[in-house]
Design a protein around this ligand. Structure first.
Ligand code: AMP
Length: 324
């Protein structure tokens, strides 16, 4: 397996969905690249103080997970200037038509005059993130697959027009991706942008996590079994349990089938609290000192700076720019 690259946008607090669907699956293997995608965090209106808080929270979680160990790197995107510069080069190679076809853009902003230009062009920033690091595969959810395909098209176009400078990446969509749903509305995804009792935050207190699970919406009937259509609430809890305990769903169902919803919800809360305890405690300890977090990311930033700058120079030269 080649090196892998994953960025996470600081557009809200880190949720249990982020942890189960993404963060907990990331590994500190040599060559892997992780970043806080803060430049992506400003495509919609933002508050500077909140942005600063979200950046530090995500950075603390990435460090707490040990992702800056074992020759893998963690950095903050905006601290490495090549990202913004590469985005411009790719915007000038991309076509309006192909950007307008992006379903994320269509869903969020097409036809509205008051959205930022960045919301339209951010797939070029994302393409640059990937192409600067010459990665072979990019693990992404189904919703981001189209952007990796656009990245491929841009890479192929640049290679054709200016010579072979980019590795053409493949999207890798996990076959069984846990999609954690809201505890209040189990037909909706648990999302960073919806903050209510249905969204469990990775760093909230164990008491609060417990309270949210005890108040989770369940379904009619009394039996704990897996049926996402008839029993979306209980099935969501079962999936959360199975993902965190790394246990087959059937084994969990066999144990709790007749235990009653209350007992089962208490158990799920316990599994969540226990399996996230170490990352939560380390991240919260790190957050008491933002300077320390930035210092810890210094090495990742330097490595990212040198890799991305070398690639940027190669591309600029091929495109016809004079270099100093
Ligand atoms: P987002 O919070 O949408 O920026 O997503 C960051 C990462 O977390 C992506 O890899 C998502 O696929 C993953 N993710 C976000 N929410 C969920 C969820 N409810 N269930 C599973 N994965 C999620």
């Amino acid at each position: 397996m080649g090196k892998s690259l994953s960025f996470i946008t600081p557009s809200g607090r880190v949720t249990l969905g982020n942890y189960i669907g993404a963060l907990s699956q990331w590994t500190a293997a040599p060559g892997n690249v992780y970043a806080v995608a803060d430049l992506h965090g400003i495509t919609t209106p933002w508050n500077p103080e909140t942005l600063r808080t979200y950046i530090i929270e995500i950075a603390s979680v990435l460090i707490a997970l040990g992702l800056d160990q074992n020759q893998s790197i963690v950095y903050i995107q905006s601290q490495v200037a090549a990202h913004a510069e590469m985005a411009w080069l790719l915007e000038c190679v991309g076509h309006m038509g192909e950007f307008q076809r992006m379903t994320q853009f269509k869903a969020k902003g097409r036809g509205r005059g008051d959205i930022s230009v960045g919301l339209f062009t951010y797939p070029a920033l994302m393409a640059g993130d990937i192409l600067l690091h010459d990665v072979d595969t990019v693990p992404v959810g189904e919703d981001q697959k189209q952007h990796v395909e656009l990245t491929r098209d841009l890479a192929i176009r640049v290679n054709h027009l200016f010579g072979p400078v980019f590795t053409v990446p493949e999207p890798k969509v996990p076959t069984v991706g846990a999609r954690v749903r809201s505890l209040k509305n189990p037909n909706e995804k648990m999302s960073k942008s919806v903050i209510d009792d249905g969204t469990v935050l990775l760093l909230e207190s164990p008491d609060s996590i417990h309270r949210k699970f005890m108040a989770a919406v369940t379904d009619s009937g009394r039996e704990v079994h897996y049926d996402p259509v008839e029993k979306p609430g209980i099935s969501n809890l079962l999936e959360i349990y199975a993902a965190l305990a790394k246990e087959p769903l059937d084994d969990i169902v066999a144990r709790y089938r007749t235990a009653g919803y209350g007992t089962f919800k208490r158990k799920v809360a316990e599994v969540v609290i226990e399996s996230t305890k170490s990352v939560r405690e380390s991240a919260l300890a790190l957050q008491t000192n933002s300077e320390e977090i930035l210092n810890r990311l210094q090495q990742g930033r330097q490595e990212a700076w040198s890799t991305t700058n070398a690639k940027l120079q190669q591309v600029k030269r091929a495109m016809g720019f004079w270099l100093p």
